[in-house]
Design a protein. Sequence first.
Length: 186
Amino acid sequence: MTAYPLPPLSDADWPPEAAELRSGFAGKLNVYRTMAHAPALLTAWAPLRDHVVRRNALGQELVEVVILRTGVRLGSSYEWQQHISRARKVGFDDARIRAVRDAPETMAPPDALLAKAVDELFDDRQLSAATAEAIVERFGKEAMFDVMATVGFYSTLGFILNTCGTPLDDDIAAELAADPFRETDT
């Protein structure tokens, strides 16, 4: 499949309508530099991003399971690689990251529950009553909503990345080149 190339915008081409976002999160990542082609969307995106990325009821570690699994389901190389880096920073080893690609039954119980939730959202467009109840019981009601919001948020990003052919950020590419993701333990 060929992407419709819309390269990340440079500082010189940054839209004035979103000028205040360039020096923050949006100017740091190619996905948001690509989204800057639609400055109204980027501006509206900022508050939701703050919640999903920074204030998610799952916490930084478990939200990475949801994001990685979403990246896998979307076939988004950018999201997968970007979140290998983020997952490592919050304490994942490569074995745990690899497990996120596998069948939920092979994962530790909290990761398995979240991966199953992502799969249900992709396959059934909703959480089953049993999965919703298990998430609420284990993580809380707000976490159940945050799982759904995170999958929706990162699905939208994945659609943008896959459609526009957004390249991986140079710093993440260099980081992964220096410490490659190990596909196996051997």
